[in-house]
Design a protein. Structure first.
Length: 210
């Protein structure tokens, strides 16, 4: 099964993608994690991407598409995959179609801007492996410490309220039109945000028919 996770920044795409990956036995491809890895390593692409990420702007298409195509060519994607964070624009979606990348379902998590701002303020990210947590809904076992690798957890610059509000403006302008794009192709599956992660997962599985 080939799936896209669609929704505003902070909607819970990464959390649900990780759960689906385990249940369906297919990899999650998070462009955010790939880019943050490049930023940590200080590569030329990483430094360029950091400028956009810190400002709450979208990373250029040529960077995103190149990373994704390389990743989809690996053997573990042959039985399916879950894309989290891409495509973010109509141009990216059209470029993927041009390269023959098709999808079985596009899950769109529906959530209000107000809830997003509140939620993002509690999000913490591992400085080493990129794992994400939330101080209320998905806290680490030890406050400020990553469960997976033991590194420090921080509030990223792009999770701070002022940057989040700007990211939401960009989302509504650049990414939300993808809902109509994929609805026209008969693969859009809207998912209303639920009070808990488990409840949202139940709605996601129902939308996929699994």
């Amino acid at each position: 099964m080939k799936i896209i996770m669609l929704g505003a920044p902070g909607a819970g795409k990464g959390t649900q993608a990780a759960i689906l990956s385990q249940k369906l036995g297919i990899p999650t491809i998070s462009t955010g994690n790939i880019l943050r890895s490049a930023v940590r390593e200080g590569t030329p692409v990483g430094l360029k991407a950091k400028e956009f990420m810190d400002a709450g702007k979208l990373v250029p298409d040529e960077v995103i598409i190149g990373i994704v195509e390389e990743r989809l060519a690996r053997p573990d994607c042959q039985k399916g995959f879950i894309l989290d964070g891409v495509p973010r624009t109509i141009a990216q979606a059209e470029a993927m179609e041009h390269h023959g990348v098709t999808f079985d379902a596009v899950l769109s998590i529906e959530i209000s801007d107000e809830e997003i701002v509140r939620r993002m303020g509690g999000r913490r990210c591992c400085t080493h492996c990129g794992a994400t947590y939330h101080v209320v809904s998905a806290p680490p076992k030890t406050e400020g410490v990553c469960d997976q690798c033991g590194a420090q957890l921080v509030l990223r610059e792009d999770d701070k309220p002022r940057t989040v509000e700007h990211r939401l403006e960009v989302y509504h302008r650049e990414t939300e039109p993808l809902k109509a794009f994929y609805e026209a192709r008969g693969v859009l599956r809207p998912v209303e945000n639920q009070p808990t992660i488990e409840a949202t997962t139940a709605v996601v599985l129902s939308a996929l028919g699994v």
